[in-house]
Design a protein around this ligand. Structure first.
Ligand SMILES: [Zn+2]
Length: 152
């Protein structure tokens, strides 16, 4: 029995090829629909809708999917855009940059270096020495609050 017997022709997009990769069912369970849409489908949350755009807590922002360390709260600044914004990543290997040509505009997309989850975009109008502004989605992040000032 060959695939042709099922009416499948070579080059045809097989249904299971576009089905979620293994592990995505688990992600569907674990992430909210918004977190899933943003991290797995490259979506963008509405400005001022996320939980971190205005957060001032100290700590480490990790990937919501794989918990890789992405941004330190010390690099966070109020960009006024309604998305959490950072001047730099903790480690350039943890945040990978890609050219994004969606909507006919060339932008730099930031993805998690650990699991390839979509995080947001990087612009060149940041206030830090690098001039970069990492414009992230709250839905892609989880804040691991600093514990060093707790009494031991
Ligand atoms: Zn990740």
């Amino acid at each position: 029995m060959t695939l042709e017997a099922f009416g499948v022709v070579p080059g045809m997009k097989l249904p299971w090829k576009s089905a979620p990769k293994s592990g995505n069912a688990e992600l569907h369970e674990r992430l909210s629909p918004e977190q899933y849409r943003v991290t797995q489908k490259g979506g963008t949350e509405r400005p001022f809708s996320g939980r971190y755009h205005d957060a001032k807590d100290d700590g480490t922002y990790r990937c919501i999917v794989c918990a890789a360390e992405l941004f330190d709260s010390g690099a966070k600044f109020d960009s006024g855009t309604g998305w959490p914004s950072f001047t730099e990543a903790i480690d350039t290997t943890n945040v990978s940059l890609h050219k994004d040509r969606k909507f006919g505009i060339v932008r730099t997309e930031a993805r998690c270096g650990g699991c390839d989850a979509h995080l947001g975009h990087v612009f060149s109008d940041g206030p830090g020495p690098s001039g970069e502004r990492f414009c992230m989605n709250s839905a892609s992040l989880q804040l691991d609050k600093a514990t060093h000032d707790r009494p031991s």
